[in-house]
Design a protein around this ligand. Sequence first.
Ligand code: C2E
Ligand code: CA
Ligand code: CA
Ligand code: CA
Length: 270
Amino acid sequence: AKKEGAGKIKVFRQWMLDKLQESRTLEHDMALALVNKEFVVYYQPIVDSFSQEIYSYEALIRWIHPQKGLLSPDSFIPVAEKTGMINEMGKSVLEMACREAASWVIPTKISVNVSPVQLSSKTFATMVLSILNETGLPAERLELEVTESSLFTESNTPMNTLNRLRALGVKISLDDFGTGYSSISRLSRLAFDKIKIDKSFVHSISTQEDALNIIRLITGMAKSLNMKSVAEGVETQEQLESLQLLGCDFIQGYLFGKPQPYIDGKIRYG
Ligand code: C2E
Ligand code: CA
Ligand code: CA
Ligand code: CA
């Protein structure tokens, strides 16, 4: 039994070394990728639930890896957050997205995801303003998507940053709502413009009565707090109809379009 235990430890050690090696090369690859401009932005429409007009495009980062091909953010954002590289990466996404949006004939909004790590930086608001300045995108057309975890901190920086940007016209959305530990009092104190209902609720609309009730609760709460609601992950006509009945203001999902590297058939990057 002792021998077996030692063997297990050995296997575990090797596994840990492999993991360390893996994340080290990933980190190294990511630093190179930033320099080589391998990160690109895909765009997914967010539409008005009723008119179905495009209201905004969400910018979603992709890594075009020279060997591994297209990588999705879940495979590298956590490492970027751990190493702090997310600050540089997030700035680059914001720059690309604002420049792109500033060139559109139809002035729809652009929604950009912001990591809690970025929001805890004291220079974030200034960086955003200088990018708006450089690209000429009006503040009113920029929407930042933040998560609840950004605000679980003793520091006042994230809240001050959001308030400052909001006062200048930038819109703020609360992403992945319902998956964290939001309190209603926190929500009303922060005065977001929008609440995004996590796709896990949308996907169980037709199978779980709870999901339907939770969405009804969120859309109702958004209304009474003077905020708009957005449902993400909408894939079927049936889900769309339920969401319309529940009074959800905006819809995003494969039903209207997958994230794509271009707008109106024009490829801009890659
Ligand atoms: P998110 O902000 O919640 O983005 C929504 C995710 O749902 C996206 O995944 C999108 O492609 C996916 N999605 C949209 N419609 C549907 C649908 O109908 N069905 C299904 N099954 N999925 C749908 P993606 O692009 O892989 O991004 C994953 C996460 O990575 C994002 O979740 C966001 O948290 C993060 N992320 C993406 N881009 C950035 C970025 O530039 N900066 C930061 N900090 N995070 C980012
Ligand atoms: Ca988002
Ligand atoms: Ca989300
Ligand atoms: Ca998410």
